[in-house]
Each structure stands twice: as C-alpha cells, then as structure tokens.
Design a binder for this molecule. Structure first.
Ligand SMILES: *Cc1c(COP(=O)(O)O)cnc(C)c1O
Length: 362
C-alpha cells in the first residue's frame, strides 16, 4: 500500500488497484499524447475512440465473451438497468420472472412491475432473511417468461449463487454488480449480464451490459433511446456522450487484470482472501455469520457480535487501525467487509488481527 492510504472495506464505490490509480494520475494532464486530459477530451476524438474500443475488447477478452454478445457501456448504473431490462426484453409474453435473494433483486422486481404486463416472484429467500440463495428446487419458473432475473452476488447480505439456474429456453439475466470480474463465469449460460461498475471496475456512473444479440431489437416503444440496447449497440455506446472517465478506468482496470493473469488469477486470490476470513469466523464464537455456508459471498463478508453495542464499538475502532467502511448495511446491521479484487491480502490479514484483538479484549 502507498503511504497514507488505508484499507477501505467499502461495498461501493470501493478500492481500485493502486497501479490503475497511478497510471490514471500519470496520464491525467496529457492522455495518449493528445495534450489534454481524458476528462477534457471529446468522445468523438481518435484518442478516445481508441480508449473505448480497447475497453470493449478487454472486457471481451477478460470475460471470454462469445462473439454473439454485444458489450455496452450505458448511463444509470445498475439501478437504471432495473428499468431498462424489462423495457428491452419484456415485449414477448410481457412476463418477467424474478428470483428475490436480497434487496437489489427486490428493487429490480419493483421496477419490472412498472413496465411488464406481469412481474412474477419465481423464488425468494425473504423468509429466512436472505441468508441463503433459492435453490433450483425452490423456483417456480414460467416457461413463457421473457426472462428470468437474478442477482448473482448479494452485496448487502453476503450471499452468492453457487449454481447457474436452469431456465430452459428463457434467457437468464444476472445483476453481477458486486462480483463482476472477480472470477470466471460462463457468459454463454446467460442472456444478459450487467453491472454497476463502482464495485470492482471503475468509478461510479456507468453500467456494463453484456447482451446476447438475439435479445436486441425488441424494446418497448417507451424505452428511452439512451437505454435502447439495439440502438446503443449500433452506436458503440455513443448515442450521446458516454461516461468517458469511468470507461477509461474500465480500460485501465481490464489492462491490469490481463497483466495479473486474468480472472483465473483473480479467483485464486479472492478465494484465498475469503477463505482466511471465513476460516477465522468458523474457528471462534465471538463473531457470528448467519449466511448459509454453501452460499457465502467471496466479495462481501457479513458478520456480527452478540450485541449491537459491541458491533458499534468494533466499528468505532476501525479508523485507529487504518480501516474504513466496516459498518454493515443499515438493513442488516452488524459488520460487512467488502473485499473486492483491489483489496490486498494484507488488508484481510490486518482485519483478522483486529477482530482477534477485539474479541480477546471483550
Ligand atoms: C451496488 C449494487 C446495485 C446498485 O448499483 P447502482 O449503480 O448504484 O444503481 C445494484 N445491484 C447490486 C448487486 C449492487 O451491488
């Protein structure tokens, strides 16, 4: 870690690799020999065109995206896509199946209800406070649905799918905001993958959308043109001025991921970090985590002590240790350590050290 920087366990926006920040800093005044910053640059310039094309190419390479998928950079973050997805895909039967595994999937469902003929809850783990991911057996899928929507990694509750739901011929749509590029996924099993980029890829302000080509061109008439996937695919995400700086950072982050050995390498590192933390949690009784072990997230680790007062004291002590953002989401309380790609292993080790000392002192 560079002097003065701390271990930031924020769920998002969150840490970026220092190599990327330094590169952005070095290029900030004069990007690609243009004599200007990327912040000041026309999105129609040659230098910028090279940047966005490289970003798209990198995403394709790093995630091994098949040729029959388009890669889009759209405005509005993940929440924008909660609306854009039903508008773009919901014109067949008008039915969308939603699997509810936490508050973001619920938020997607609520947006779906506004635009679809019928948004259906095809499975939910609300009954056990979202401590598990609905299993295939628990799903009630509609064979005539236009899509099935899931949230792959539940940022607030700390759960993640450990299987890809079998939806037959119905396209599977996944919100991967908080796990995008943390490990390889088989893109061909999905009709559409999307992510707000501010968890693992870039600063906020952008949604990455990876969509199978046969799903394009069926949008509702009311769809805002900046969210029409077909129009945006035809215009290389430049129907209007795109979020130029976040896209530039996506390019740098994906350059970095390639240098580091791609998503296999990320997966190994992320598994190691998460294992350290969960192994510690499983080895003691001062802290508890109520997530179903098979569904534990590798990115967001939630835990608590036996009392809210102790939780508060734990969070209160973080700054002195050089940590921040360990407070759990207000919906669940307790603590949450978000350990995305850019969190070094030393950060997790330091957190465990603090947890041990705090437990011993109480
Ligand atoms: C953070 C997050 C969102 C919300 O992202 P915005 O870009 O702020 O709309 C949605 N889904 C998941 C899984 C998230 O982690």
């Amino acid at each position: 870690m560079i002097d003065g920087r701390i271990y930031n366990f924020s769920a998002g926006p969150s840490m970026l690799p220092e190599e990327v920040l330094l590169k952005a800093q070095a290029e900030l005044l004069n990007c690609g020999g243009s004599g200007m910053s990327v912040l000041e640059m026309s999105h129609r310039s040659k230098v910028y065109d090279d940047i966005i094309c490289a970003a798209v190419e990198n995403v394709r390479e790093v995630m091994n995206v098949p040729d029959n998928y388009k890669i889009l950079f759209l405005h509005g973050g993940a929440s924008g896509m909660f609306a854009a997805i039903p508008m773009n895909l919901g014109t067949g039967s008008g039915i969308g199946d939603y699997i509810i595994s936490g508050n973001f999937s619920e938020a997607a469902y609520k947006e779906g209800k506004k635009y679809l003929k019928e948004a259906r809850i095809a499975g939910s783990s609300a009954d056990d406070q979202f401590s598990h991911i609905p299993t295939q057996d628990e799903l009630h899928l509609s064979p005539d649905a236009d899509f099935v929507h899931i949230c792959w990694n539940n940022t607030i509750f700390g759960t993640k799918y450990n299987y890809i739901p079998d939806t037959g011929d119905v396209p599977l749509v996944a919100d991967m905001s908080s796990s995008i590029m943390s490990e390889p996924v088989d893109v061909s099993k999905f009709g559409l993958i999307y992510a707000g980029v501010q968890k693992n890829l870039a600063p906020a302000g952008l949604a990455l959308v990876i969509v199978r080509e046969d799903l394009l061109g069926r949008a509702m008439g009311i769809t805002p043109k900046i969210w029409n996937f077909k129009t945006e695919a035809d215009k290389n995400s430049m129907l209007n001025t795109p979020a130029t700086f976040p896209i530039y950072i996506v390019k740098l982050v994906t350059d970095y991921l390639k240098e580091q050995g791609g998503l296999e390498a990320m997966k190994r590192r992320n598994e190691e970090k998460a294992k350290m933390l969960y192994d510690y949690l499983d080895s003691q009784s001062f802290y508890r985590t109520n997530v179903n072990p098979a569904d534990r997230s590798m990115m967001n680790v939630t835990f608590r002590t036996e009392s809210e007062d102790l939780d508060k004291e734990f969070v209160g002590g973080q700054a002195a240790r050089g940590f921040s953002n360990l407070k759990g989401h207000r919906l669940v309380g307790g603590m949450r350590a978000s350990i995305y790609n850019a969190m070094p292993q030393e950060g997790v080790a330091a957190l465990i050290e603090y947890m041990k000392e705090f437990a011993a002192a109480h």
